[in-house]
Ligand binder design. Sequence first.
Ligand code: TSB
Ligand code: ZN
Length: 582
Amino acid sequence: MINIKEDEHLSRLNHSCAHLLAQAVKHLYPNAKFWVGPVIEDGFYYDIDLGDKVITEEDIPLIEKEMKKIAKDGKRIIRKEISKSEALEMFKDDPYKLDLIDRMDEENTVISCYTQGDFTDLCRGPHVESVKELKHFKLTKFSGAYFKGDANNKMLQRIYGVCFDTEEDLNNYLQELEDAKARDHRKIGKDLDIFMNHDLVGKGMPLWLPNGAILRKELENYIYKKEQKLGYKHVYTPCVGTVDLYKTSGHWDHYKENMFPKMQVDDEEFVLRPMNCPHHMLVYGNTIHSYRDLPIRIGEFATDFRYEASGAVKGLERVRCMCQNDAHLFVRPDQIGEEFKKVVELILDMYKDFNIKNYSFRLSLRDKNDKEKYFDDDEMWDEAENKLRSVLNDLGLKYYEGVGEAAFYGPKLDVQIKPAVGPEVTLSTCQLDFLLPRRFDLSYIDSDGSKKIPVVIHRAIYGTFDRFTAFLLEETKGNLPLWLSPVQINIIPVNNEYHLEYCQNLMSELENYRVELDASEEKLSYKMRESSVRKIPVTVIIGQKEVDNNTISYRLLGSSDTITVTKAEFIKYIEDRIESKN
Ligand code: TSB
Ligand code: ZN
């Protein structure tokens, strides 16, 4: 979907449309006062103080109508530059604009304002030439929004909209928006009973429901088996650590704003952990290692807590309590390339099994000027970044570079994906770290008997189970493959009186699968529809013919063909599909 903010022309058009919205609102509600009206990724909005008035569904068409009227009138949009004192005079009755003007630092800064007909707004611009150009727009939604985003301030009315050059572009965009909404994992997650939230638990703290738990367990089993084969050793460690642990690792200095505040228990200070690396460093340090033992791969399905801004938390995609499929690989410097390659292969292998195709690789580098976020050691950073770049080039991976995207301890290879709604996020990650093993004073005994410091590769194949599930629900639109479906087979008797017993027996014969039996008194057509709404991949329908012949008739999700087979054939079919992950 196009990012309107990043398109110069559309950005100007939408910004002008925000003014048009404000002008129309002013006509309809003369006491309206305006805060800010920026362009955003999907159009524009304006934050408006309407006194006690709360915008409702009915108001929107009236505002649109007024906007059309003004646009048709076709007034030119005129820019005028004024001094700060002129601006203060001009907007003296408008506390919101005065707030903005006050923030303009210099007394003699040039301030611009734009006038269209009877409406003038303080604005940097640029704008289109005339309101005539604003023909194809739509107000898309509205909500309350606190002044300056602070819950202690007054609640303003925020109205969103979007504007294009042609009706066709507008309609296409609105259609895409609809499709994205239908694909949004928050909707699908609710429809399929995957997860819920509750205020009493807190923002960004989803609760996984039984269906979600089944899916997550399958994800765990899948990656656990792969990791066992690759020589990973799994551990369990606590999801808190002392403040001293994070002072040692450097998180306290470089990652504190992403962490929950500390808590005092007796004479210890704890924090909820945001990452698992420090614990795994201690596990490595628990024994003496020879160069022959390396690589040592310590894995964990580990729960972490991060402070994410309340406006940023989103379904399962961005949460405050998450579970990583994490591992830290302790390697000798000569093993970096080989071990990194194995991780990339594991990521690609997993993507193949999940049929994941829409992603890109990002080489995430430090921002050399940001001494606060990044551990300050240019020599170490240059070595790590150059090494990682050469590993990626050797692998022949296509990637782009993201400056300022590295972890505080080292550069990363991130896999970037685009959710249905909102900006791209990182799914899998593989990171190179020369720092933490030093901070924890880790070592191995080299072939010549000397003590050496290992290098650490941090990696999460799914990223987190949370974000991966969000992605999976959106990619599949909720049509999960058979092996992941919480309910795999739904059995429906045509008539409970005559066919239920056969169905009950069948259910026990299919005990290796996740099967439900719909013995409700609803009509057959209703039950079939339910099965499809719940996106159950295989629906078995048992009538007199099936009972007489000891067979099974089934339908696949999205198809209206009925297939009749023997029980053995059916089981073979199910087995094959689970096995092939199809
Ligand atoms: C890979 N120490 C490393 C680890 O060893 C680490 O924590 N890396 S991370 O910060 O990049 O996080 C790992 C993955 O967690 C990310 O790639 C991303 O997929 C996922 N993730 C990060 N923040 C969130 C969040 N708020 N909600 C859900 N998933 C998240
Ligand atoms: Zn880590």
